[in-house]
Design a protein around this ligand. Sequence first.
Ligand SMILES: *[C@@H]1O[C@H](CO)[C@@H](O)[C@H](O)[C@H]1NC(C)=O
Length: 591
Amino acid sequence: MSLYINLRTVVVTILFYSSTLLTYITCTETNLQPNIVLIMADDLGIGDIGCYGNNTMRTPNIDNLAKDGVMLTHHIAAAPLCTPSRAAFMTGRYPIRSGMDNGYSVRVLVFTGSSGGLPENETTFAALLQKQGYATGIIGKWHLGVNCESRNDHCHHPLNHGFDFFYGTPLTNIHDCKPGEGSAILTNFQGRLRLINNTLMVGLLILFVMKWTGFTNLGWGIIVWLTVLCSLFFGAWYCVFGFMRVWNCLIMRNHDVVQQPSNGETLPTRMVEEALAFIERNQRKPFLLLMSFLHVHTPFFTTKAFIGKSKHGAYGDNVEEMDWHVGQIVNAIEKAGLANKTFIYFTSDHGGSLDSVGSNGEHDGGWNGIYRGKKGFAGWEGGIRVPGIFRWPGLLPSNEKIDVPTSLMDIYPTVVSLAGASLPQDRVIDGQDLMPLLKGDVQRSEHEFLFHYCGAALNAVRWHPKGSDTVWKAHFFTPKLEVGPCYRSEICGCHGQYVINHDPPLLFELSKDPSELNPLSPDTEPLFHEIQNQIQIGVEKHRKTLTSVPFQLAWNNVLWKPWLQPCCGTFPFCWCDKDSNVSITMRDPSQ
Ligand SMILES: *[C@@H]1O[C@H](CO)[C@@H](O)[C@H](O)[C@H]1NC(C)=O
C-alpha cells in the first residue's frame, strides 16, 4: 500500500515537473516577454521618411526597420498635440478619459512648475510591465507633468508611473532652451511687455531731465517712487523671461535634477548614450525602453556631423541625425544578440508642424505628405496620421505593409499582452491588441470607429464598417486655416471664431480620397444619409462610455506655480550641472 502511494507520488511529481518544463520550453519558444523598445519622434511628419515615400530625405535606419518588419500606413495618433497624444499612448485611452485634453485654448503643458499632469489613478503600460518583472526605462521627453502640491512630490513623474529609470526632460524641447531663439510660450506677451517697459523707462528719463532743468515742480519723492515701481516692473519682466530657460529646460536623472538649464547641444547625444547603457545593463532580463526623442521639435541642436548634410535645411539635418540615432539603438540590440527577442516600434507623437519658422526664416517644420492639415489640428489627417513601424525578426513578417486603421493607443494592449500581463478591468481601454494583425492572422483590426478630438470637442470620426474595406471620415467642424487667427498658427481654438461647423458633417471616403479633397453629398454618394446615421450611432455609443474627470490642463493647472518648480539649488537659484562629465564619444561613422 505504502509502495503504491509512493509510486503515485513519484508519477505525479514527474508529471508536474515535466509539464512545468514543457510550459517553460514552449514559452521560451514563443518568446513570451520579449524586450520592448518603443521609439517616439517629436513632431515628425509622415512625409519626412524614406519608406513613406520621401525620396530626398535620407532615413536608412528607419527604412531598414520597415524592410525587416511591418509598416502601418493608416496609423493614427489620438491627438494632434504632444501632451494629450502622449497621455493616450501611455494609457491606451482617449486623452479625454484621463482629463489630459480639455476645452481651453492651452492644450499642452507649458511649465515644469505647473500642477497638471497624468493623474495617479491612470495605469500606464510601463506600470503593468514593471509588475511582470520588466526593467522599465524612459529616456528623453516626458511632457506629462511633474508635481501636484509641492516641489518634490513627483506625483506625475515617470517614476510614479511605472518606470524605474528616467533620464531626460520632464517638459519638452522649446525655443526657450536655445539662447537667442526667443520664448516659445511667451513670445507675444514678451513683445508687449517689452514695449510697456521701454515706454516707462523713456518716460522716467524725460521726467528726470525735466526735474533737473526745473521744467516740472514734481517732488523728488514721487520720482523716486516711480523709479522703484519701474525697477520692480523691470525685475518682474527679467524674472519671467530671463528665468524661462532655467525653469523649463532641465534634465532629470530619476528624481534628481542634474542639469539646469540643460545643455541642448550635448543632450541628444547623452540621451542615446543613456539608451545604450540601459540596454547593456538590462540585457539579461526583459526590458522596456521608451526612447522619446527631442528630435525633430524646434529649436534644433543638431551636431556638427549632420549640419548642412541633408537636402532639407536645418530641419532635414535634424531628421537625418535622429535616423542615425535610431540606427545606434538598433545596432546595440543586435550586438547584444537580442534582435530576435526584441519588439521594436517606431512612431511620431503626431503630424508635422508646417508653420515652424526658424530664426533664419527657413521652414523648420515637417512634411505630412499627401495629407491635409498639420500639428495642432485634429480634424485633417495631416495632424494625426503618423508612421508606425514594427520589427520583431522571426515573429513578425518582413517587408509587409498594412493599410487598415490602427491607433497609437493600440501599443498599450499589444505590449501588455506580450509581457503576459492582463489589462485593467475597471476602465475603458480604447486600444486594440495589434499582434494578430501584425502577424497576418487577421486582415483587419477591431477598430470600427476612431474618434478625433480637438480639446474636449469631438472634431471628426473615422468609420471602418465591419466586413468592408472602405473607410469613411466625417468632420463636425474644420479649422479656419486659410484666414483669421488660425492662419500660420501652431495651436488654435476648437470652437467659435476658429472653426467652421458642418451640419450635416463633412463626409469623405478616406480610403479613396486620403487627401480629403472631395467632400461627398447625397448626390455623389447614394448611401450618404445611411453613413451619417451609422456614424451618429457610433458617436452616441462612444459618448455613453465617457465619464467626467477633472481637466488636467485647466487654467489653474497649467499656470506656473513657483512652489512646484523643480529646482536643483535653492529656489529661485536653480542652477547646477552635475552631468557635464558624461563622455560625448559618438560620432557619425561616415565622417
Ligand atoms: C521630403 O521631406 C522634405 C522635408 O520635410 C519635404 O520638404 C519634401 O517635400 C519631402 N519630399 C517628398 C517627396 O515627400
